[in-house]
Design a protein around this ligand. Structure first.
Ligand code: NIG
Ligand code: FE
Length: 411
């Protein structure tokens, strides 16, 4: 099966070589072809170029993209889309003056979601998550990382990871599963955090690894949750079981979590709303991707990750949604890209690089996803007719996507 997309007004993120990460000033460059075509064979991009080179090409299916923009699908490297129910009451409580921390301290927050998740059947969880996943694919996401972390018991974490495995089987998008082993201290371990880390290290991680249910390990490294010592214990166990770290760090406080994550060769460090100069210099000597989650800052009214400083320091930056019931009940990468431009002062080119190639890097898949490159997966967004790609971030809140192609097929 071959598909030819013709008359593309602007084809974004075209790469002749298989670029797998973009950093610093290079993030300002988004290679574009005007009046272009893309040829797809089965699930792979086999050729692209200017329309004048396309005259003799034939295909089983032709999509005319006159007036439209084509770009790689978004790579959302940080989500928690498997959860039960919602936290709308906490949303209203925050409007009425409580903080995210106040809510957590009175036993709400992650513990609220954990209780709902523990009481939900695997089928219910799957149904709710598959609805969210369908929605975000229609919003242009073609590869996604999904974390556990609302289980907080071995059984419930395994249940979450099995739901992720089922999503992987049923959906055409690429899904990367992460064991978010230490997300909050469960009620039963309120005064025994050590005991909970013992459980994570001695039971949860080995069982998950044995079942091949996750590739990555995550910890919420934060004051009031898990400190450097706890995080270190989890990461040590993860190394033994070949789980690669992707860590929640510096959301509310900077206290050395970035350096610890880098020491354990984390693939990414995510959140970074509070970032100091030591964190930046540690990242400079690393292969770890800093990941910003601007929808979370928006929803919680907390500072935005200093993305401008990160890029100006020569570092790469990825953007992701953080889709979850507490801090970011939205999986819209288009809003993330807009918000990164509007609030973090990224240029449209930087934001699109951050949401495609660098997002793919933060999931370990950038040799296959994140750019228009011969041999890469045919995961493409075709927009409605719009004047230029600037409209993607500019027209915030609008859905400018007309078609999403996953593995060479219209979703
Ligand atoms: O990335 N910060 C930790 N975890 C999630 C939110 C968890 C929740 O409130 O349910 C986050 O923001
Ligand atoms: Fe998160």
């Amino acid at each position: 099966m071959t598909t030819l997309i013709t008359n593309i007004k602007e084809l974004l993120q075209v790469r002749d070589t298989n670029v797998t990460i973009v950093k610093g000033d290079d993030m300002k460059v988004l290679p574009i072809l005007k009046n272009a075509y893309v040829m797809i064979e089965h699930d792979t991009i086999v050729e692209f170029g200017p329309m004048e080179d396309c005259e003799d090409l034939e295909a089983d299916k032709i999509i005319d993209a006159s007036g439209k923009i084509v770009l790689p699908t978004w790579c959302d490297s940080h989500t928690h889309i498997v959860y039960a129910g919602d936290r709308t009451q906490e949303f209203v409580d925050r409007i009425n003056g409580l903080s995210y921390e106040d809510i957590a301290n009175r036993g709400g927050g992650i513990l609220n979601s954990a209780e709902q998740l523990q009481n939900a059947s695997e089928d219910t969880l799957y149904e709710q998550a598959s609805k969210r996943l369908t929605e975000v694919i229609n919003l242009g996401t073609g590869a996604i990382e999904i974390k556990s972390g609302y289980g907080l018991t071995v059984a419930a974490e395994l249940k979450m990871l099995r739901v992720i495995k089922r999503l992987k089987k049923e959906f055409p998008v690429l899904i990367k599963p992460t064991l978010l082993a230490a997300h909050a201290i469960p009620k039963d371990y309120k005064n025994n955090k050590e005991g909970f880390i013992d459980l994570v290290v001695n039971e949860m991680i080995p069982k998950v690894a044995e079942g091949h249910l996750a590739e990555y390990i995550d910890v919420f490294c934060e004051k009031g949750y898990f400190d450097l010592e706890d995080t270190k214990r989890v990461l040590e166990a993860a190394v033994t079981h070949r789980l690669i770290p992707k860590i929640h760090v510096n959301q509310f406080n900077a206290f050395g979590g970035v350096a610890l994550a880098v020491k354990y060769n984390a693939l990414s460090v995510d959140h970074l709303e509070e970032l100091n100069s030591e964190d930046i210099s540690v990242l400079k000597d690393s292969k770890t991707m800093p990941v910003a989650l601007p929808s979370c800052s928006y929803f919680l009214s907390i500072p935005y990750t200093p993305g401008r400083d990160i890029i100006d320091a020569g570092l790469p930056l990825a953007l992701a949604t953080d889709y979850n019931p507490g801090s970011t009940p939205s999986g819209n990468m288009n809003f993330v890209v807009s918000t990164a431009c509007i609030k973090m002062k990224l240029t449209p080119e930087e934001a699109i690089n951050a949401a495609t190639i660098n997002g793919a890097y933060a999931m370990g898949i950038s040799n296959q996803y994140g750019s228009i490159c011969r041999g890469k997966k045919a995961n493409l967004i075709i927009t409605k007719s719009i004047p230029s790609y600037y409209h993607l971030p500019y027209a915030f809140g609008d859905n400018l996507i007309e078609t999403v192609i996953i593995n060479g097929k219209v979703f």
